[in-house]
Ligand binder design. Structure first.
Ligand SMILES: Cc1ncc(C[n+]2csc(CCOP(=O)(O)OP(=O)(O)O)c2C)c(N)n1
Ligand SMILES: [Mg+2]
Length: 353
């Protein structure tokens, strides 16, 4: 029996024990999932990437008048968490929310219309990219005030627990959010009441242009949860199949009523903090660092893995790409031709900034 590891092929039974265990560890997530799950993950991550690349292209036309925080390069956390959730579970998000919204099943047409400020948008054109919501799909909203949605997710988890519902609440936030007090209050409360909540810290090492090392003492973010007696793990961005399998175990544990978990996922934003451009020339991070992370792209790693396992081929890839392209084209057409909110839509509404 031969088991392939990412390093080389071992004759499984002849290999020393330490290599045998490593080989099994490296492969288990490929074996426990079925073919449809593999392709589903790849499809959704690719879809998010292509949608955001389209937004980046169209942004130059200056018809989208709201800021956009793209998650190109960071699709893996969204997909590997949200594809493990049920429609009835809740997701709360931050300013970089497109991936979370789409992976949870949010409506693409309503998202693009919102970014174009149109009345058919998911916030009726009043909110823009940072105020996405699709309550029917359990995406309960994006809030751009850093860390502020963490407490909303805790509130939802409290409701699930009080009503004895087997639903879970998920809070996505960045490494910058752990510098806010509400993060610690939320961990404290969730731990005390053993709430069904998954805290997901997407650590891309930057808060706008300031690196982690200039903002926080040198220690691992996930370990902050230990003092609150919350189980916590750090996951490195590998392929989507691995992340999905790891998160499945964690999410099942929460659903069984075993209390909150904090997961820190190491990731990297490819484009500028806000906007469609690359910004490696600004001087706060280097082209070399960007290229290092780009070479580790979980989406590309997954694609290669699927080819290797004969789960994907050129024809299938062409079909997947075409399906996504057509969907995006239709959604853009819908958003562009939708009307702006009219004067009377402003009556009795709160406006967001
Ligand atoms: C309370 C608050 N402070 C400052 C800001 C301005 N701000 C917007 S995004 C951002 C960076 C957040 O970094 P992080 O949480 O790591 O998320 P990332 O942008 O890296 O995904 C900041 C400081 C804000 N929106 N809210
Ligand atoms: Mg960050």
């Amino acid at each position: 029996m031969e088991i392939k590891t990412s390093v080389r092929t071992y004759k499984f039974y002849l290999a020393p024990a330490k290599y045998r265990y490593a080989a099994v560890r490296n492969c288990y997530w490929v074996n426990i999932m079925n073919k449809n799950e593999h392709l589903d993950l790849y499809f959704h991550a690719l879809r998010i990437r292509k949608i955001e690349e389209k937004i980046a292209d169209l942004y130059r036309e200056q018809e989208m008048r709201c800021p956009v925080h793209l998650s190109i390069g960071q699709e893996a956390p969204s997909v590997s968490v949200c594809r493990n959730l049920k429609k009835s579970d809740y997701v709360f998000s931050n300013h970089r929310s497109h991936g979370h919204y789409l992976a949870k099943g949010g409506n693409l047409k309503a998202m693009l219309a919102e970014i174009y400020g149109k009345s058919t948008g998911c916030s009726k054109g009043f909110g823009g990219s940072m105020h996405l919501i699709d309550a029917a799909k359990g995406f309960m909203g994006a809030v751009p005030i850093v860390a502020s949605a963490i407490s909303l997710a805790v509130g939802a988890a409290l409701k699930f627990k009080m009503k004895k519902e087997r639903r879970i609440s998920v809070s996505f936030f960045g490494d910058g959010a752990v510098e806010e007090g509400i993060f610690y209050e939320s961990l404290n409360f969730a731990s005390l009441h053993k709430l069904p909540i998954l805290f997901v810290c997407e650590n891309n090492m930057y808060s706008i242009c300031t690196p982690l090392r200039d903002r926080q003492p040198q220690r691992e973010i996930y370990k902050l949860a230990i003092s609150h007696k919350i189980k916590s793990v750090q996951l490195k961005e590998r392929d989507l199949l691995y992340l999905y399998a790891e998160l499945k175990k964690l999410i099942e544990r929460i659903r069984e009523g075993k209390g909150p978990i904090l997961v820190e996922i190491l990731t990297y934003r490819w484009r500028e903090h806000c906007g469609p451009n690359f910004d490696n020339d600004l001087g706060y991070r280097s082209e070399k660092e960007f290229l290092k992370w780009k070479a580790r792209d979980p989406l590309e790693k997954t694609r290669r893995l699927l080819y290797k396992k004969n789960l994907l081929n050129g024809r299938m890839e062409e079909k997947i790409n075409k399906k996504i392209d057509i969907e995006i084209e239709n959604a853009v057409k819908f958003a562009k031709k939708s009307p702006f909110p009219c004067r009377k839509d402003f009556d009795n509404r709160l406006l967001y900034a």
